[in-house]
Design a protein. Structure first.
Length: 313
């Protein structure tokens, strides 16, 4: 009976299933099939001229230390500590600053009553998202030069006496990365929160207003609790991607002068592993990132489930 019901439902939803099948195939081809290449991280040295599915690759020697040669090489690298500090430092700052700001921005946008002004604000805040980091990197490099827009503004305001080439000093790199990331993604990241807010029953606000609750009270007591699930899920995903520092952004702003504070894991893989054709080494570092990301995701999922009974799994 259950099998018949399943087949009947499958036949009734055939077009929906076909649409889902396309997404499933995409995931299998681009997400799961490449996982076979993880084996290269345990081999002594994979060459790009070798096919991953050839017998020569499968029979090639494993790395030393039971295949963990490249992992140990990365852990013993003198730059390992600085790389991890830079990666975690930038990612934690983005999480601490860049995660709550879209929520606050969505709450404030929701309180705007003039719809035309609201649409203008939304459009202006969305625009930077559609520009690539290559374009924005060129803009920021110009603005942050010693004669750029920001220096001229700060000099006119009396904050500084002479221009500073901000990207030439490591101590300015983290603030530049975090602020520019917020500027680019603030409006776009707020969309999902605005969508969640639009689904809240308006009678709750009307009842609260009758009871004398002001706008801030309604935000705190109605809006935030109603979008708690959305916030929790996005927070779990953000924690899971903590080691991803946005390669595109950092790469276009990275240079040898700010390298002490800008060399994150992805930049290290590109400069040390990929340029030297050390593909097995690069694969091992990528697998290390994935394992840490899974652990962080699992921890964040369990913590949020215990705190507010919301989780991914």
């Amino acid at each position: 009976m259950r099998k018949k019901d399943f087949l009947t439902r499958l036949r009734e939803e055939k077009y929906l299933q076909i649409m889902a099948l396309a997404g499933l195939l995409w995931m299998l081809i681009f997400n799961y099939a490449p996982m076979y290449g993880i084996i290269a991280g345990f081999k002594r040295n994979y060459r790009i001229t070798e096919s991953l599915f050839s017998l020569n690759f499968l029979r090639s020697p494993w790395g030393d230390h039971f295949g963990f040669q490249h992992f140990l090489t990365f852990f013993r690298d003198p730059e390992f500590a600085d790389i991890m500090v830079n990666t975690l430092g930038i990612s934690l700052l983005k999480l601490a600053i860049g995660f709550p700001l879209p929520i606050i921005f969505a709450l404030l946008l929701n309180e705007l009553r003039l719809q035309r002004f609201k649409r203008v604000v939304q459009t202006i805040s969305y625009l930077p998202h559609f520009l690539s980091w290559v374009v924005l990197g060129g803009i920021l490099t110009t603005w942050l030069s010693d004669s750029g827009f920001l220096n001229q503004l700060f000099i006119a305001m009396g904050l500084i006496r002479e221009g500073i080439t901000y990207l030439a000093y490591p101590q300015y790199f983290w603030p530049v990365i975090v602020i520019s990331d917020v500027w680019k993604e603030l409006g776009w990241s707020a969309i999902i929160y605005l969508a969640a807010i639009s689904g809240i029953d308006q009678e709750l606000y009307e009842a609260a207003e009758i009871d004398g609750a002001g706008r801030l009270r309604r935000m705190w007591s109605i809006t935030l609790p109603c979008i708690k699930g959305t916030i929790t899920v996005l927070f779990i995903l953000a924690v899971g991607g903590l080691l991803n520092s946005n390669f595109d952004q950092i790469f276009v702003l990275w240079n040898t002068l700010n390298a002490p504070r800008s060399t994150v894991i992805d930049i290290y893989v590109y400069t040390v592993a990929m340029r030297s054709m050390r593909f097995s080494y690069a694969t091992a570092i990528g697998l290390f990132k994935s394992v840490i990301a899974f652990i962080l995701l699992f921890i964040a999922n369990n913590v949020t489930r215990r705190i507010n009974d919301v989780s991914l799994f």
